[in-house]
Design a protein around this ligand. Structure first.
Ligand code: ATP
Length: 317
């Protein structure tokens, strides 16, 4: 039986601005997304049956049809029934390293890996735009998870423009193990609290979209001016998540007091990250925050910026 083993990296948001409501009911966003070398391993193995089966040891990850990886497989089956007839189902093994419900796109990245892996397993010969279209149907972050690197994401987050790589940056991520934030809750609460200031008219939305492409963070990345990039770190969702979760606010404040280049909550949280320029400094900052907060529920990860999305795992196929 053929199989592919893939690395599915997490992402952080260096920038997240909510611009307004789109006619399709989603939020119009402007984001800068960055892949990091903290990733799940996703193995897709043809199983000669008519089923997809998810295998994952993580207690918070469902192994049923609600798993985003399962939904990715179903989407390909619906779109390419002849391939499914010919090749059959697959076992999907997820070795979870990315914290769950953490604003790091773990589920999205798993779904991206299944699209890429099954595409190879079924010899579909899809083009990047075709794969991108399928990914967009599943979730807004999934197209980015496929290509990865550094990118500007607009629309509902699925319209991508690659940006020059940001190299040599390290990230310290911290998350309270027992704390998860629902992405849907964060966006709904934002709409309730700040909806009155949304851009609504199409011409205004178009003007704002245009402005995003020459915004300060995009310019700083184009110039590879890392100091300027870290000055531009921004996440609108902090306005609703930090007041609701004082622990997360305290964590962010503790990072701010350390010798970091910058700090921010990622996506809808509750993960907070800080940037630095070496692994040694990252280790020092981790120790300092751990000592200051002294909370055994707090987990840390250190990762590096990478310029890739879904990749074959080294040494296996
Ligand atoms: P995003 O940043 O894309 O909003 P997230 O990183 O905050 O996502 P996920 O780790 O993707 O959140 O998990 C969100 C919820 O989705 C979890 O509570 C989990 O029950 C469910 N889920 C479904 N499939 C997966 C998967 N493959 N991996 C992780 N969680 C999954």
């Amino acid at each position: 039986m053929r199989s592919y083993s893939l690395i599915a990296p997490a992402k952080i948001n260096l920038y997240l601005e909510i611009i307004g409501d789109r006619p399709d009911g989603y939020h119009e966003l402007s984001m800068v997304l960055q892949s990091i070398d903290l990733g799940d391993r996703v193995e897709i193995r043809a199983n000669g049956t008519e089923d997809f089966r998810i295998h994952c040891q993580h207690p918070e990850v469902p192994c049923d049809r609600t798993n985003l990886a399962y939904r990715a497989a179903e989407l390909l089956k619906t779109n390419y029934p002849e391939a499914f007839e010919q090749y059959g189902g697959a076992d999907i093994f997820i070795d979870k390293q990315i914290p769950v419900a953490a604003g790091l796109a773990g589920g999205s990245s798993n779904a991206a890996a299944v699209l890429v892996g099954l595409e190879m397993l079924w010899d579909l010969g899809l083009t990047q735009p075709e794969l991108h279209d399928l990914a967009s149907q599943l979730g807004s972050d999934i197209p980015f998870c496929i290509t990865g690197g550094t990118a500007l994401a607009t629309g509902r987050g699925n319209e991508l423009e690659p940006l020059p790589d940001l190299e040599g940056l390290y990230v310290i991520l911290a998350k309270y193990r027992s704390l998860g934030v629902s992405t849907a809750w964060a966006y709904q609460t934002y709409r309730q609290q700040f909806g009155s200031s949304y851009v609504r008219e199409s011409p205004d939305l178009a003007a704002r979209q245009k402005r995003v492409h020459s915004g300060p963070i995009v310019k700083a990345i184009a110039l590879r001016d890392e100091m300027k990039v870290v000055e531009c770190l921004h996440n609108d969702l902090e306005k609703v998540v930090l007041p609701e979760y004082p622990q997360v606010l305290k964590l962010r404040q503790t990072f701010e007091q350390c010798d970091v280049l910058g700090t921010l909550m990622s996506g809808s949280g509750p993960t907070v990250f800080a940037l630095t320029d070496s692994r040694e400094k990252a280790e020092q900052i981790r120790a300092q925050v751990q000592n200051t907060l002294g909370n055994p529920d707090l987990n840390f990860w250190i990762a590096k910026f990478i310029n890739t999305g879904i990749q074959l795992a080294p040494g296996v196929h």
